[in-house]
Design a protein around this ligand. Structure first.
Ligand SMILES: C[S@@+](CC[C@H](N)C(=O)[O-])C[C@H]1O[C@@H](n2cnc3c(N)ncnc32)[C@H](O)[C@@H]1O
Length: 361
């Protein structure tokens, strides 16, 4: 049995109930979660993908939520899955639907944040922390008529992202190799952008955004939707036999991360248009990087309000309300009422998601 560092155990006991901790510990023996993927609806449709899986005798389950999400039985099948052929992620790599970018291997929880924006017909969307590109490509599929800007400051991750966004046909995404904290120096270039769309059917279109071509001067209030899938201490991966992660777990990573998360949010609030939304998500369990960051934003930006996130209750996505207190800190109670924590489980990564709406100050 894997031993957790004492500090981490004590923290988990303050975040989760006894039963939740027991369930978490039951997943430690898993070497791997079941492989899950999302259909890239820019390129392909459900029937064609299912046809290719069946031709290759790969069993799958299509989930009702999130939309277009599939689960492939894992190397350690649950009683329900026993008897089906077990497939590993590398089996999927051989399929044409994978090599041609028609499916994207992605955790279930990661498929949720881009679907939670409620505005219609956005013209400009920012994916502030974009690599490795999973949520950027999802936004591109969900909002094909919007211009999407994707920032990433790590060169290796940026280059991979550019390559793969092309492979997935995300032609409405402009990538920017820089820290989002430097956004101001890119705004002028972003506002004079013209885009060229190549449709699979060859019906090509070139389009200039009328708002920007008319001479957009304001440096503030630029985006209709902002996604901050923040760099974080990734504590969800402490499950699934990740001994390397456990050896390196240290409270100092959490402190470093929440300072960076607050800086990223601070640099973006002025660029969110009024009445539009910002989604903040992380895959860490630590309240300092989740509830505390949102508490900080609500205290410092009176123009921000929380939007309610309601996820369907399914066996694959198990949720709980965020915390009201943690150690000596208390958080605004609307955080617990409106945001959501996804509990790490056999199927899903642990996640925290908040939706912030910009209203009148
Ligand atoms: C959690 S990952 C994002 C995952 C991505 N949204 C996806 O779904 O594939 C966070 C990313 O933020 C990047 N990052 C770190 N600091 C950043 C900054 N200051 N500005 C923009 N991105 C940053 C990291 O290099 C990392 O690629």
């Amino acid at each position: 049995m894997i031993q957790l560092p004492t500090d981490l155990t004590l923290r988990l006991e303050k975040i989760f109930t006894k039963q939740e901790i027991k369930d978490l510990k039951d997943t430690f023996w898993l070497e791997k979660r079941p492989t899950t993927f999302r259909i890239n609806t820019i390129k392909w449709n459900v029937e064609e993908i299912e046809g290719e899986l069946e031709k290759n005798k790969i069993s799958y389950t299509k989930l009702d939520f999130p939309e277009n999400c599939y689960v492939i039985p894992s190397p350690h099948p649950s009683p329900k899955e026993r008897g089906s052929r077990t497939v590993s992620e590398s089996d999927l790599w051989k399929l044409i639907c994978y090599t041609s970018g028609r499916i994207y291997i992605q955790g279930i929880s990661s498929q949720i944040p881009p679907t939670l924006f409620s505005g219609e017909n956005p013209s400009k969307i920012l994916d502030a922390t974009a690599a490795p590109w999973g949520k950027t490509s999802h936004l591109s599929a969900l909002y094909p008529d919007a211009q999407i800007y994707a920032f990433e400051p790590s060169k290796i991750r940026y280059d991979k992202m550019c390559h793969n966004l092309k492979k997935l046909w995300c032609s409405n995404v402009e990538t920017i190799y820089d820290s989002i904290e430097n956004i101001e120096k890119h705004i002028d270039a972003m506002s004079s952008w013209t885009w060229f769309r190549i449709f699979p059917g060859g019906d090509n279109v070139s389009k200039t955004d009328p708002a920007t071509s008319a001479g957009w001067q304001e440096k503030e209030c630029f985006f209709d939707m902002i996604l901050i899938d923040a760099p974080c201490s990734s504590e969800w991966s402490l499950l699934y036999n990740n001994t390397k992660f456990l050896e390196n777990w240290d409270i100092s990573h959490i402190k470093k991360n929440y300072k960076r998360q607050k800086r990223i949010c601070d640099s973006l609030i002025p660029y969110l248009k009024k009445w539009w939304e910002m989604i903040y998500s992380t895959c860490t369990l630590s309240p300092e990087e989740n509830e505390w960051v949102i508490h900080y934003l609500l205290c410092n930006y009176p123009e921000l309000e929380l939007g309610k996130i309601e996820l369907p209750d399914t066996p694959e996505v198990i949720t709980k309300n965020p915390l009201i207190t943690f150690e000596r800190y208390s958080y605004k109670k609307e955080i617990s009422e409106n945001c959501v924590r996804i509990i790490p489980s056999r199927y899903s990564e642990g996640f925290f998601i908040a939706k912030l709406i910009k209203k009148e100050a």
